[in-house]
Design a protein around this ligand. Structure first.
Ligand SMILES: [Zn+2]
Ligand SMILES: [Zn+2]
Length: 403
């Protein structure tokens, strides 16, 4: 609370840095950073740190640079008590939220109107940020699973895979294909059995807490463990089949092919375009949740049992991540349910995918509907500009005008 205003205390470089980050001029910002004297922990006249500014702009690169240079996540003299996470939540950038959470920022800090960062994100409709913050668990809290306990011969998760495990657990997309592809890309396929054990234990430990039990997270761990168990079952089936038919060819011999089998099982649509396997699996998973008295279980069970119930995966997602409000115009990957995918089917342009891999995995289903969707798109286009102007119509119009 200095009377003469903090702005006057900032030097030229500091002022320019704030200006550049406010314009999201990342290159200019980077160039100037080298000339900064006295470190990155300073605030402007509103009490906002440079990290808060970068977070507000959702500038992932600048935020990482600042954190690497020792930016203090707790430096907060903002009049309305906004932390950098509040600003990141407003920016809508989930990556920036994660960077700050990974750096250890307190997600429960409230601003002057008693709102946490997650509540601010909900307030402005940044649902993915709400989910990112609410689903977050610290890396340190998972170290337990990389350590030896009791009679164990080896830890459930090798310490070298702690980061992968952390990424796997904090994923907000609950689609079975995304969970599977994450396990694959994070190098966790070799330890599915241990991964399932760790997740089961995480669920138990959450429910056994003496205070601050997070039922939603317990249910999420149960669900993740369930999908990992399904994947494991698929691997065992695949191996057994492979043993019986050794002359199956090269394709079957490549490790991890059960992933392909599992993904196709998940994505196989029935005649109505519904995912039967997902529906069955999610319902079974919910039924087997061991803590029947808790609110989340009852809520999910009631909704699953309702007339004209939504798909089970939607019910589950809404229960764990919260309802997304009325309009959800976000687009999703047809394979893994990831939000705002970058690619489209090049033929029909009616379905979207994260990348070529997601497109490839979905092709066995999409090839049936692609021509139909393409025809619909073309028909739609023809109708819109009312076709090329018809000569007789034009004459009629002209006749009316001159009449
Ligand atoms: Zn995808
Ligand atoms: Zn297509």
């Amino acid at each position: 609370m200095s009377e003469d205003g903090k702005k006057s205390q900032l030097d030229d470089i500091q002022l320019q840095l704030i200006e550049r980050i406010s314009k999201n001029d990342t290159n200019g910002f980077k160039q100037l950073l080298g000339q900064l004297k006295g470190g990155v922990n300073f605030v402007d006249d509103s009490g906002m740190s440079i990290l808060a500014h970068a977070s507000f702009k959702g500038n992932k690169e600048a935020v990482q640079l600042l954190l690497d240079m020792g930016a203090d996540i707790n430096l907060n003299q903002h009049g309305a008590d906004y932390t950098p996470l509040h600003f990141a939540a407003l920016s809508g950038n989930t990556n920036v939220c994660r960077q700050l959470l990974d750096a250890g920022i307190n997600a429960n800090s409230i601003n002057s109107v008693n709102r946490t960062a997650s509540q601010m994100a909900a307030f402005v409709g940044n649902h993915a940020c709400v989910e990112t913050i609410n689903n977050y668990v610290s890396l340190a809290s998972l170290e337990y699973y990389t350590q030896l306990h009791g009679q164990q011969q080896e830890p459930q998760i090798p310490p070298a895979l702690l980061k992968s495990f952390h990424t796997f657990v904090t994923e907000i997309n609950l689609h079975p294909v995304r969970i599977t592809l994450n396990a694959q890309s994070l190098g966790l396929l070799k330890l599915l059995a241990n991964l399932r054990k760790a997740l089961t234990l995480m669920c138990e430990k959450e429910m056994q807490k003496t205070h601050d039990i997070n039922e939603l997270m317990a249910f999420k761990y149960h669900y993740l463990g369930w999908i990992v168990g399904e994947l494991l079952r698929c691997e065992e089936q695949f191996k057994a089949q492979h043993k019986d038919k050794p002359a199956e060819g090269d394709a079957a011999n490549k490790g991890g092919d059960f992933v392909e089998v599992f993904v196709k099982r998940v994505l196989k649509e029935n005649k109505l375009g519904q995912l039967d396997y997902v529906e069955f699996t999610v319902r079974e998973c919910a039924r087997e949740f061991p803590y029947r008295e808790c609110t989340v279980f009852r809520q999910i069970a009631t909704q699953l049992g309702g007339k004209d119930a939504a798909p089970a995966l939607v019910i589950l997602r809404n229960a764990i991540n919260g309802l997304r409000g009325f309009v959800d115009e976000t687009s999703y990957c047809s394979t893994c349910g990831q939000e705002k995918p970058d690619k489209k089917c090049s033929k029909c342009k009616a379905v979207q995918y994260c990348d070529r891999e997601c497109q490839r995995l979905h092709w066995f289903m999409h090839k049936k509907s692609c021509p139909r969707l393409l025809a619909a798109v073309l028909a739609g286009k023809k109708d819109q500009p009312k076709a090329p102007i018809d000569a007789s119509e034009l004459r009629e119009e002209l006749a009316k005008l001159s009449a």
